[in-house]
Ligand binder design. Structure first.
Ligand code: NAP
Length: 259
């Protein structure tokens, strides 16, 4: 099904770790030419080296998604090195927790600058090249948190992730005339460096709330991104794909145990 990915030029923001690294690896393994970005050069170089070691066509570009000049430089690099841009995986994101009573204005701004403004700036910078592609795709990593569920301590994050869906739906309409689709993947709790940093107690609680009884893997999300990038998904736009092991389904706290 995913053979149509080979040779496509893909940009993955936040590709040095976690879900973004999983997405980058999956595209590289299927013959795509992948440009991954992150702010930390060392981790980015390690991720690129890992993909090249298994025969993947991958390069890295240090860039902050909240900077338009950075993202324009990334788009230019993809044009020069890969001859264009076909698929943009808008994935970079942060999820520091802060209760409303303690949340500072700068906490709110940092989350929104990365998760929501970063979404806009990534698409904005890549759009001129994306318009030239015959297979243009924008795939946003949103979350179940915000669009579907709430989580105390993450109101700024939840707002940014719900905001991404408003962006996706309106952008899908604007981009349709260029044949570019724009969709979002909504991960549940996925085992990544970022999630592990929230601690073992958080992880254990989350596993209890997943009907399929485990955290998601980065491959679970990468498979959804591969599908949305494929020719087979060419008629799907402005949509959301929840990948969460059923976490949003239970109607009551006891619904999983009694299932
Ligand atoms: P992660 O393990 O912490 O990795 C985050 C990646 O984003 C890193 O490569 C990081 O590199 C990069 N990044 C962060 N801020 C950036 C910025 N301003 N500019 C450029 N790159 C930046 O996170 P993850 O768990 O894989 O999450 C990835 C995405 O999935 C996020 O959008 C998150 O909201 C979403 N998500 C995750 C989960 C989950 O359970 N893990 C669930 C739902 C949604 P640098 O720090 O070096 O820049």
């Amino acid at each position: 099904m995913f053979t149509s990915i080979a040779g496509r030029s893909v940009i993955v923001t936040g590709g040095s770790k976690g879900i973004g690294k999983g997405i980058s690896r999956a595209f590289a393994a299927r013959g795509a030419r992948v440009l991954l970005t992150a702010r930390t050069a060392e981790e980015l170089e390690m991720a690129v080296a890992e993909m090249r070691a298994t025969g993947g066509d991958a390069i890295g570009a240090v860039a902050n998604v909240s900077s338009l000049p950075d993202m324009e430089r990334v788009a230019q690099r993809a044009l020069e090195t890969h001859g264009g841009i076909d698929i943009v995986c808008v994935n970079a994101g942060i999820f520091p927790s802060a209760r409303l009573e303690e949340m500072r204005e700068e906490d709110w701004d940092e989350v929104h600058d990365t998760n929501l403004k970063g979404t806009f700036l990534t698409v904005r910078a890549c759009l001129p090249a994306l318009k030239q592609s015959a297979h243009g795709r924008v795939i946003v990593t949103s979350s179940i948190t915000g669009p579907i569920t709430g989580l105390p301590g993450w109101s700024h994050y939840a707002a940014s992730k719900a905001g991404q869906l408003g962006f996706v739906r309106s952008a899908a309409l604007e981009l349709a005339k260029y044949g570019i689709t724009c969709n979002a993947v909504l991960p549940g709790n996925i085992r990544t460096e970022g999630l592990e940093a929230l601690g073992a107690e958080y992880t254990a609680k989350m596993i209890e709330s997943v009907p399929l009884g485990r955290l998601g893997s980065v491959e679970d999300i990468a498979n959804a991104a591969l599908f949305l990038a494929s020719d087979e998904a060419a008629f799907i736009t402005g949509q959301t794909l929840v990948v969460d092991g059923g976490q949003v389904l239970p109607e009551s706290l006891s619904a999983i145990a009694s299932g």
